[in-house]
Design a protein around this ligand. Structure first.
Ligand code: G1P
Length: 299
């Protein structure tokens, strides 16, 4: 197979978002904002900053707002122009010009592996990046998280790469967990020899969890197509990656240089909002004063 650079990214966005009900009753959880930017836009911006040229969003039912968000908004843009709101107009126009976005539909919630497989035709059997909307990385001043994985994929000779994080004891059952050997010449990189999706308490092979970013070689497509339902009766990306690691071209884990926020969890989501707000000159002083007041009130 000819070698193709990673040009396309898949963003699965078909989940029901039950953890954020009732906010997510009519709004996809991917559209919940971090300050004033939808989480999905942050993820798209990460991919674009890493050099991705096309985004494939895997939608579920009722996700029209996602398509609308990345489309031209003729009326809104005209109104902003008529009212002389140049800065806001630039913000809105930039979104639809950012990158080429296509969406495909996952008709049934059959798992993350299935969601990725649904994007196969749009990906044209190329290697792909996968970014999960629940995991936000703050890599200010450094290469974006998915860019760090793409660099490692190239450096290792186009092998699968997943992002890893050591999680606290007792949290292993929330994640795909890997085991393997850290490379002597690259302490952030692990050669993976086993993987298990959400291991039962006390059975995890390590505390290294997969956290929301993947670079998959083209070989993954045929593996995914034959991956049988696993944990929870769903087709698991972790199971396909295990086959890649053990019987295919190999798979590595990279501890990303940056801070990860779990925006799929209520506290993690609030933390991401605070972290992003504190980076902004227009919000930092006011937010710090507000937090001091709240801390005093609640002590
Ligand atoms: C998915 C994956 C899991 C991974 C996690 C966090 O699980 O299946 O392997 O560790 O994302 O990125 P989910 O949280 O969607 O249930």
């Amino acid at each position: 197979m000819t070698r193709v650079r990673v040009r396309k990214a898949i963003i699965p966005a078909a989940g029901l978002g039950t953890r954020f009900l009732p906010a997510t009753k009519a709004i996809p959880k991917e559209m919940l904002p971090i300050v004033d930017v939808p989480t999905l836009q942050l993820i798209v911006e990460e991919a674009v900053a890493a050099g991705i040229e096309q985004i494939i969003i895997v939608n579920g039912r009722g996700k029209g707002t996602i398509e609308d968000h990345f489309d031209v908004s003729f009326e809104l843009e005209r109104t902003l122009r008529d009212r002389g709101k140049k800065e806001l107009l630039a913000v809105v126009e930039r979104i639809s010009q950012m990158v080429r976005i296509v969406s495909v539909r996952q008709k049934e919630p059959l798992g993350l592996g299935h969601a990725v497989l649904v994007a196969r035709e749009a990906a044209g059997d190329e290697p792909v990046a996968v970014l999960l909307g629940d995991d936000l990385y703050d890599c200010d001043g450094r290469r974006p998280a998915i860019g760090q994985l793409i660099d490692e994929y190239e450096r290792l000779g186009q092998k699968g790469v997943v992002s890893l994080m050591e999680v606290p004891v007792g949290q292993e059952q929330l994640y795909g967990i890997v085991s393997g050997k850290v490379l002597a010449d690259a302490p952030r990189t692990m050669h993976i020899d086993d993987m298990v999706e959400k291991p039962a308490p006390g059975t995890a092979p390590s505390r290294f969890a997969i956290v929301g970013r993947y670079v998959l070689p083209a070989e993954i497509w045929d593996i995914l197509a034959r991956t049988k339902p696993g944990k929870g009766g769903e087709i698991q990306l972790t199971d396909a990656l295990k086959e890649l690691a053990q019987k295919g071209g190999g798979c590595y884990g990279l501890t990303v240089d940056g801070t990860r926020h779990d925006a799929g969890d209520k506290l993690g989501y609030l933390g991401a909002n605070l972290a992003w707000a504190l980076k902004r000159d227009d919000l930092r002083p006011g937010l710090l004063a507000l937090m001091r007041r709240l801390v005093q009130e609640h002590n």
